[in-house]
Design a protein around this ligand. Sequence first.
Ligand code: SF4
Length: 288
Amino acid sequence: MLCLAADGTLPKIDYAVFADTGWEPKAVYQHLDRLEKEIAEPAGIPILRVSSGNIRNDALDPSHRFASMPLYILNRDGKHGMTRRQCTGEYKIKPIKKKIRELLGYPHPMRVPKGVFVEQWVGISVDEFHRAKDSGVQYMRNLHPLLDLGWSRSDCVRYLTRLGLADTPKSSCLGCTYHGNAQWRAIRDSSPDEWADVVAFDAAIRAGNARANATGNPLLGQAFLHRSRVPLSEAPIDHVTAAEWAALQPELDADELESGVVDGCSPWSCRGEQPEPAAVHDEFGLAA
Ligand code: SF4
């Protein structure tokens, strides 16, 4: 959408906003720098980078409140569960709202008067139209220009390829549990440092987040980044056939296993349900 605004296909925008969780892959930060230099600056569109902190550091810091990532849980009785996802709201939606209020001239806790609002573009394509949602606040009105253009994901890829941006990386936290096996393999095979980073993080959250443990609210089970609920370094991310997985865990969708949770993580377009119909842990990761 930034490129479409820059080339005049869409109207000029005042700002582009990037909500930084502090733990995106290097390739995403490099791509953002490139977009800023080659597309945004020449078009006179400032890219605002906003943040609520570093999601990786916060999970491991006993003195920091942690907004839970959706981790896979293996309970002591062998049952499977998930921790509730709070991270998208905390690390993406919250800093964007804060910045928008500042831009409007009504920072929290000021009340934004009725009739004062921004139009916010959210990049939903026609093959995922079900993700299009309202902002939930009156000072932000969500628009979905790709839906208006009738563009699918393939249209977007074709357009980016024409601009020389075919290698646009997928934005998400490096250790997001929504990765499919293909994404885990890509990290392992192309970026040893980042693989070591996610393997170390996976090991570090096995007993739950640091703050929950420090405040006497330990996890009664084990937490994992990979849905197999084995340590990431040993997880079956290679050549797992649909039949093998069907035999192991009949509830899993083979496509999702390989490609990740389709809807992934995006402000204002998160899927409403958990990735698996399993128990959700309220007590874990909810340290006040
Ligand atoms: S990418 Fe994943 S871990 Fe990061 S904020 Fe989104 S859901 Fe949470």
